[in-house]
Ligand binder design. Sequence first.
Ligand code: GUN
Length: 297
Amino acid sequence: MTDVIDGNAVAESVRDDLGGCIDTLAAAGVTPTLATVLMSDDPASETYVSMKQQDCEEVGIEARDIELDPDAPADRLFETIDDLNADPDVNGILVQMPVPDHVDDRRVLRRIDPMKDVDGFHPENVGRLVAGNARYKPCTPHGVQKVLAAADVETEGADAVVVGRSDIVGKPMANLLFQKAEGGNATVTVCHSRTADLAAKTGAADIVVAAAGVPEMIDGSMLSEGVTVIDVGINRVEADTEKGYELVGDVDFESAKAKAGAITPVPGGVGPMTRAMLLYNTVKAAGLQADVDVSLP
Ligand code: GUN
């Protein structure tokens, strides 16, 4: 029987564990606060940000919602970030990506105070992660690590294939999987659009993390029996539904499930974990900034 991993349940247990940490902060007079900044009218980005806001409110994190006109000058965004950096009540800052083309996204990431960078995208935090001394692990790869642990999937000594080399998922995921640390110690291959024989790589893997952003690109014929499949993809594809689209992953679920020992579905797999780990990082940020030991799980 294939284990279809319930990301909602794992996320719920992460949120439950955070409850005690939030109580500890409250006893010290601190309400963790996350500011989200949206400079986009992309419907998917709008949905993600509103879900993040809702998550915060549910666990007792204060959410500040800042929306900027996508046509505003880049300086408007930089000034907003400067104000949030300077605000002692704001613990975490998340600028939803992508930003409009006229805004240099690398400058955006560098502008955020690394102590408030709950995405873990600032070069200082990227460097710390690569050095094996992470402050804020990026939410999606961190969530994948938690899912693997919850499903009792051993990473140590495993052959892991990460499909995708993005700054947000692929690169940090590969790093976390090979770190000499819990949830790491895997032998990692990173595949991408120029990989010569993708099926040969995925077919030899014990763990496949699909994060290429290409709908259903990995199917059962590319996988070995008993493999663990983690599907990070969230792709909107046209469909005859009320909304006119449906969400599919980077994995063809049915054929992959027939081969897999364990697999995450889309939706309901990695997505809820990404959101939960943002709460985790915000609580961590509040603890670090207030010098309160919140004893994170
Ligand atoms: N856009 C897609 N994923 C993410 C994320 O994890 N953080 C931010 N800030 N933007 C995103």
